[in-house]
Design a protein around this ligand. Sequence first.
Ligand code: MRU
Length: 330
Amino acid sequence: MTRDLRPTDVIRLEPDSVRMLDQRKLPEREVELVCRSSAEVATAIGELAVRGAPAIGIAAAMGLALAAIKGEDLAEAEATLRRSRPTAVNLAWAITDVKRDGLRPDELVRNAQRIHTDEVARCVTMSRHAAARFPDDAVVLTHCNTGALATGGHGTALGAIRTAFDLGKVRHVYVDETRPLLQGSRLTAWELDRAGIEHTVIVDSAASATIAQKGVTNVVVGADRIAVNGDTANKVGTYGLAVICERRGVPFDVVAPTTTIDGGADTGASIPIEERPAEEVALHSPVYNPAFDVTPSDLISAIVTELGVHQNPYAPALADAVLTSASIRT
Ligand code: MRU
């Protein structure tokens, strides 16, 4: 039996709190985390109770609305939320967008709900575009978690897999475990299981051999920030997947909403990469723990947004996409 996650199961704004499915506890326990201030929402983002670029943006927008409801200092709340994670541009985008009609509680609440609804709608649309690129009988490999948990509903790359599965096009999914926090083996596997999609978890270092030996037909991933030239920051390990795909002639697609394109970043060189605590990796040795890497655009077969399929050269089409989607939203 499939058990769909509703957007409000992932995250929702209540009159006194922001409530979210605590992703740190999955898959063992389904626990709701209750945040009663914007600072608690910022902590939840920083500690990955809520994670994934679009979901981080939704949480931050709801956090600012909660700050207004509670009479908090809004400038301070905004600064704390903006600092909570650096790489996903959806965070900064959502905090700016939620304020567009004003700073009254009712205005912020309405816009936070709209951002959530719109992100899910964008996911459904981009998933249709991306699924159309899947071959019949696809054997797909994906990295990290890009499903309903990461987006507030449906998903980007995992949304495309779900849509393609519903069209009868997916035979099997290989899931990178995604070191060190296991978003793949804990979260993606959990979502695929609920959706009734056959899958196998692999350690990240088995991805090259799996692509070479298991008939992988396509690799799909999400994004945290896309520069105008198409360079794409996503969960560390994504770059290596793109390299092996080029070597093997396997299509490598990035699926993400236009809210993940940073119109101010000409190339990936200006994307800030989050470094996370050493304890996530090892306790007794020096550690380098970047949470993301940047895949050069020439390794990406297509960047699929809600507006359609974009291919190299990505500039100026991606810059136009940001403007087009902004005008659709106003
Ligand atoms: O550190 P995380 O778990 O927030 O990283 C998430 C990713 O890298 C996702 O691939 C990306 O945010 C896209 S989510 C649709």
